[in-house]
Design a protein around this ligand. Structure first.
Ligand SMILES: [Zn+2]
Length: 209
């Protein structure tokens, strides 16, 4: 899917069918592709441009708090890396899991259960299946995608871990942040202020004696 063109600027009309088909499959507008491509002064591979567009789209969604959308774009990017790029999408899958953990935490869950990708899953993934982990712990250690996974979904020589997290019912957080905050505010300002007032009144009392 490489394009040979004589002028340095790529024009929309110059896009060949093969590239257009791939862009359509990954819901990227040809106009956006051309715009990105022309930002590079050196000849840049089409695959690299597509990965960059999807990655920046996912990051934009993530930074705006649209986690659901960001997760779906990362999923698309992982498929692209594995199928078109024939590469290892582990980093992208990890980004996707990080967002799904954040999403469950935002919904109020504390714990998640690791779900195996079913009968097709490898032995390494079956070994961690059904394990329940704290979301905070999972965000630190990132057990998914399983680094030991050997499931070569796209037969490209790279593993593609399809394990996922499922929120654990009954792990909804019950801490009341507002009360905690009010209490700390009370300790921080009101107690020292009361002591100060007590000292001042005592001093004035003795001065007036
Ligand atoms: Zn797996």
């Amino acid at each position: 899917m490489s394009i040979q063109h004589t002028s340095s600027e790529l024009k929309l009309s110059e896009l060949d069918k093969e590239v257009r088909d791939i862009l359509e499959r990954y819901a990227i507008s040809p106009k956006q592709f051309v715009k990105f491509k022309n930002q590079f002064t050196t000849k840049t591979a089409d695959n690299y441009i597509i990965k960059m567009i999807l990655d920046s789209e996912a990051r934009t969604y993530g930074s705006k708090g649209h986690l659901e959308d960001a997760i779906s774009v990362y999923n698309k990017l992982a498929t692209f890396i594995a199928t078109e790029d024939k590469n290892n999408p582990i980093e992208t899958i990890r980004n996707m899991h990080r967002l799904s953990l954040r999403q469950y935490s935002r919904l109020g869950y504390n714990k998640v259960r690791i779900q195996n990708c079913g009968a097709a899953g490898c032995r390494e993934c079956k070994a961690i299946s059904d394990k329940i982990v704290d979301i905070s712990e999972a965000l630190k250690k990132m057990p998914l995608p399983n680094p030991l996974c050997s499931f070569d979904l796209y037969r490209n020589g790279h593993s593609y871990c399809r394990c996922s997290y499922e929120p654990v019912a009954g792990s909804i957080k019950t801490t009341n942040k507002k009360n905690k905050y009010d209490y700390s505010l009370f300790r921080k300002y009101l107690v020292p202020a009361a002591i100060l007032i007590l000292i001042i009144t005592t001093v004035f009392y003795f001065i007036n004696l």
